[in-house]
Design a protein around this ligand. Structure first.
Ligand SMILES: NC(=O)c1ccc[n+]([C@@H]2O[C@H](COP(=O)([O-])OP(=O)(O)OC[C@H]3O[C@@H](n4cnc5c(N)ncnc54)[C@H](O)[C@@H]3O)[C@@H](O)[C@H]2O)c1
Length: 262
């Protein structure tokens, strides 16, 4: 199994934590050189140093995915260090839940900016580099089951993740002539720092009763009968990054244990 990503250069945004970190570690284990791009510079550097410590090629770069100059700088650092980019994961994201009638313009804009605009900018800047290299390349977006179904306390987040699905299709059509594929995966409830915070936030806004857990409530509707661990997701990410998925484009793989059926 090892070495499925040998000599490939992979950028993962939001890779200092949670799923991005799990994906970065798994792909490094398969031989890829990894660029960990994250708002949290300290955590990004620490994650890269850990990989370097076990003999793998990795760098950490601070970047806000919704700021084009930051994203361009990630491309430049990746090319400077490793010569090219083969795979780009638009994975960074966050959510601040609010009851539907309370959603503010600031809440909407900040969530759309990172989760949706960040994916547009990441896709454009990665694609420009792929084209400059002579074509080929894979873009993989992290959307969500919330992009397939709206949730009352997640309106901006669901809208942003729907936008990611739409961008995946538009970009796949736009970039096909350059032999670039664009796909997405849609997790359900994954045990990461994002969900730990979300669980607490949902109690704060009265969406979930104190003393109970939204994660547990959601879990009861999952066909597989439990929420996911990061390890449940990385195999799908690896498939999308590897040559096994070369004929796949414009697709969204639901990896949510069968929670939302589409
Ligand atoms: N955890 C879940 O249940 C779940 C389910 C479906 C989709 N997702 C999506 O998966 C992705 C990863 O989430 P996670 O659960 O691993 O969360 P996480 O909070 O553990 O990790 C997210 C990382 O993204 C970084 N980040 C946030 N905003 C950024 C920005 N503007 N620029 C660069 N980096 C930024 C954070 O610093 C953090 O390191 C997100 O897009 C999230 O929306 C998560």
């Amino acid at each position: 199994m090892a070495n499925r990503m040998k000599d490939k250069v992979v950028v993962v945004t939001g890779a200092a934590s949670g799923m991005g970190l799990g994906i970065a570690n798994a792909l490094a284990g398969e031989g890829a050189a990894i660029v960990i791009a994250d708002l949290n510079e300290e955590a990004a550097t620490a994650a890269a140093e850990k990989l370097q410590g076990s003999g793998q090629r990795a760098i950490g770069v601070r970047a806000n995915v919704s700021v084009r100059d930051d994203v361009r700088a990630v491309v430049e650092r990746a090319v400077q260090e490793f010569g090219r980019i083969d795979v780009w994961f638009n994975n960074a994201g966050f959510n601040v839940p609010m009851q539907f009638l309370d959603v503010t313009e600031d809440n909407w804009r900040s969530i759309m900016e990172v989760n949706a605009l960040g994916v547009l900018i990441g896709t454009q800047e990665a694609a420009k580099q792929f084209i400059a290299q002579g074509g080929g390349g894979k873009i993989i977006n992290t959307t969500s089951m919330a992009g397939r179904e709206g949730f009352p306390a997640f309106a901006p987040y669901s809208a942003a993740k729907s936008a990611v699905i739409s961008l995946t299709q538009s970009a796949a059509k736009a970039l096909a002539e350059h032999d670039v594929t664009v796909n997405a995966f849609a997790p359900g409830v994954v045990q990461t720092p994002l969900w730990v915070k979300l669980d607490a936030d949902l109690v704060d806004i009265g969406e979930v009763e104190k003393g109970t857990s939204a994660m547990d409530e959601f879990a009861s509707g999952i066909i597989r009968g439990r929420t996911a661990k990061v390890d449940d997701i990385v195999g799908t990410a690896l498939y999308l990054a590897s040559s096994d998925s070369d004929y796949l484009t414009a697709q969204v793989i639901m990896i949510d244990g069968g929670m939302v059926l589409v």
